[in-house]
Design a protein around this ligand. Sequence first.
Ligand code: ZN
Ligand code: MN
Length: 505
Amino acid sequence: MTTATQKIVPFDEAITRYDPVMGLEVHVELNTATKMFCGCATAFGAEPNTQVCPVCLGLPGALPVVNAKAVESAIRIGLALSCDIAEWCRFARKNYFYPDMPKNFQTSQYDEPIAFDGYLDVEVPLEEGGTRTVRVEIERAHMEEDTGKSLHVGGATGRIHGADHSLLDYNRAGIPLIEIVTRTIHVPAELAPAVARAFVTQLRDLIVALDVSDARMDQGSLRADVNLSLSPKDSGVLGTRSETKNVNSFRSVERAVRYEIGRHAGVLDAGGSILQETRHFHEANGSTSAGREKSDADDYRYFPEPDLAPVAPSREWVEELRGTLPEPPSERRRRLQAEWEFSDLDMRDTVGAGALDLVAATVAAGTTPAAAKKWWLGELARRANEDGTDLADLPITPEQVAAIQGLIDAGRVNDKLARQVFEGVLAGEGTPDEVVSTRGLEVVSDDGALGDAVDRAIEANPDVAQKIRDGKVQAAGALIGAVMKEMRGQADAGRVRELVLEKLS
Ligand code: ZN
Ligand code: MN
């Protein structure tokens, strides 16, 4: 039921009457050099329709061949999620018509996924402080191919409705995807949004650690779908689910869960029924709107793909790949916390902000853990929040953060100027060094220039100067302040203090 007067029940109220039943699906685009079933390149951002061939365009008679590297990545993802790996499995055709899918079926897996029955333990930050570990069970992780991209031109919204015409880019068609599907996640209702966010965040950390995808939500190489229905409290009655597609940031995953809980409650309260449909999430106001009515599996007429041989990974190969897995995320978190000497609260904040990998990379680039955390959870978190984006998607790298901290450590900029360096880097003005020189941000520690400024400050504040001569050293603050003001914050405050005391002793 979608009407303009749709009532959204506040989240806190909705969960007093309903229990959310939630499942998540995450699509991960693999970083293989070539596509799933052909040799076309997979690079992001190429000219439209330049990375295509008869196979990925679905031309008659073209025959697909499985990309071995993609199978390897699928197995490694499955193992990292503690899944069983199929001894034998097949691809299946998922039939539906959509212009961005030239074959009119997607080569996917159906009842024989390559990986199944796993779990991921996620650390969920609690509002009252501390974290809680929630085991999210993984039903399956299967291999499939991505679709092309449609661009709807001429409308106000970029959606097909109201557009004059549509353009199609098949560069993405056939890029290998792994679809990871959770079982129903059972958690207290008030935790559902935070669990959804934590799962996607920590799944991304794992994917990045496996080095199988760049897993960028903003570029669509990691896409999360939120399946949600409500069950009246203690009724045992399951509701109809909606599927909010392609939510493109961690923060939005959390918001989408909250919004859908409130929306479903509004519909159910009014005696309406929920339509089984896909929904679009809107970043600007955190709402969702109706997409297409969702088919049940049998509408897709799945059948085994006749053009591809079954995949039967040998147990030796699977064990060999098990040996390549990175440290399990929960162990890694414990190790890093000990190495960094972080309190539970520090760690909770870092993990909760999706900053664990960023802090780790910044520390690896030579910054102390405390300084790395300070920037990512302070200045940069504030900026990400303002922009409505995730930390990882900010246009600044951990190496650049480390470089800025290096400028502070070397005394070339102070904390205040460093904030301007961050601003410049985020605005695309170049590397930290370039920003310092083009904006002229370097602190002045040259004694000549500083000495002149100190002399002027003494002359302008004779009373203060006299106090210092009389031994009231704490009065020096006023003179240092005057010098800093004259030099627009770009003086080395420590050196200014020394000069003031030298001159007045
Ligand atoms: Zn191709
Ligand atoms: Mn899929």
